[in-house]
Design a protein around this ligand. Structure first.
Ligand SMILES: Cc1ncc(COP(=O)(O)O)c(C=O)c1O
Length: 408
């Protein structure tokens, strides 16, 4: 008989997963049982500082009291209606999210990949209905090294072989250009182009920040050529970079914004396509939908998230503490760090491969009570909850220095 979960050790639980759980992840060997704020605790009661924050789904930390309260209140009233009926929470969520982002209309979905898929569909429909692209000829231009999710259409335009191999045939209609290269983008966009879809900062690729002027250049180019600019801010958005949106660093408003992760407050999956009325207005009843998209629980939590962001407090914290992060990482360059890219409370840190792979460094940090995740090769990604204190951040940097100093 299986022992009750509370009586099983981390080792027991990891071994129990092996035969019953698909092996599509390679988690660090830590089994989290509870969490609060920036801290998580494993089944043996060891505490860790969470420097990953659910890939930015936990921007407000674990179980932020305002968000938990909003979820509890809604759980006691109404959780799901489907969009067959109206619910009394959705209008406020859409109004406030549109106002927060400076756009007009909201299409609520659940996961990030669904928001991306929905954005692609909306852009194609716009190309046929508004731009006049001949049927089935629409193209979407994307950037190399992108990460937009895992559906068959989305991996169709990935340049990461491990995300694609074995999953063909792929969806046509995408053109891939180098990131951060306006000339290549200019050459790829033509009269068939519905949209340019990019991440304002490429997270999975290692927190790659484009040159100053790139996002404004994409905005100018898409406007001039008559196609849409879709910004995937699923990871970069909602306070992470020190602004509500990463595109704000260049005063850019895209035509279509894709949001997810932190929009659900780390409680429920909530994503959205937010766009100008001329764009999202192309959808009519029956053309797109989701059973769970816009459900009242998601809308209640999403509204509470928007309310937190309306205060500006989290954006400010990310900007101010981002300076601490940047300063601390700068001191580690040459001491095990070969380079880093940082904006707000988000950094990709390249570790000297002689010291270890990103995975090995992540495991060493875990043993010292810090949870991070590697991306490619020897790069680790730091993205703590925006609720982290300066002291916690400094202590995490101190542990990183110690681990790197121990060498290989
Ligand atoms: C930029 C970006 N887009 C889309 C996604 C996909 O989101 P989800 O995993 O919720 O489908 C991610 C997830 O990491 C992401 O970082």
């Amino acid at each position: 008989m299986t022992a009750p979960a509370h009586a099983r050790t981390s080792g027991d639980l990891i071994r129990a997963e092996e035969p019953v759980l698909a092996h599509n992840y390679h988690p660090l060997p830590v089994v989290v049982a509870r969490a609060e704020g920036t801290w998580v605790e494993d089944v043996e009661g060891r505490r860790y500082l969470d420097m990953l924050a659910g890939y930015s789904a936990l921007n407000f930390g674990h179980r932020h009291p305002v968000l938990i309260e909003a979820a509890h209140r809604q759980l006691d009233r109404l959780t799901l209606t489907s969009r067959a009926f109206h619910n009394d929470r959705l209008a406020e969520f859409a109004e406030r999210l549109a106002a927060l982002t400076g756009l007009d209309m909201v299409l609520p979905m659940n996961t990030g990949a669904e928001a991306v898929e929905s954005g692609i569909k909306v852009a194609r429909k716009w190309a046929y209905d508004v731009k006049g692209v001949p049927a089935d000829q629409a193209t979407i231009v994307v950037a190399a090294e992108n990460f937009h999710g895992r559906t068959t259409t989305i991996v169709s335009f990935s340049t990461d072989e491990s995300a694609r191999a074995g999953f063909g045939p792929f969806t046509p209609g995408f053109r891939i250009v180098p990131y951060n290269d306006l000339a290549a983008l200019e050459a790829a966009v033509d009269e068939t182009t519905a949209a340019v879809l990019i991440e304002p900062i490429q997270g999975e690729a290692g927190v790659l920040i484009p040159d100053e002027g790139y996002l404004a250049g994409v905005r100018e180019l898409t406007r001039r050529k008559g196609c849409l600019f879709i910004a995937d801010e699923i990871q970069s958005g909602l306070g992470r970079t020190g602004r509500t949106l990463a595109v704000e660093h260049e005063d850019v408003v895209p035509d279509v914004l894709l949001l997810g992760k932190a929009l659900g407050g780390g409680i429920v999956p909530v994503s959205a396509v937010v766009a100008r009325r001329e764009v999202l207005g192309v959808l009519h009843p029956g053309e797109h939908g989701s059973t769970f998209g816009g459900n009242p629980l998601a809308a209640a939590v999403g509204t509470a998230v928007v309310e937190l962001l309306e205060t500006g407090e989290f954006q400010r914290r990310a900007a101010e503490l981002g300076l601490v992060l940047r300063g601390g990482l700068a001191e580690l360059v040459g001491k095990g760090v070969t380079g880093f890219r940082a904006r707000g409370l988000w950094a990709g840190v390249d570790v000297d491969p002689a010291i270890g792979t990103g995975r090995e460094i992540s495991e060493r940090l875990m043993r010292e009570g810090i949870l991070v995740k590697d991306t490619h090769g020897s790069t680790i990604r730091l993205a703590p909850p925006l609720t982290i204190t300066a002291g916690e951040l400094r202590s995490a940097l101190g542990v990183l220095e110690k681990v790197l100093g121990e060498g290989n």
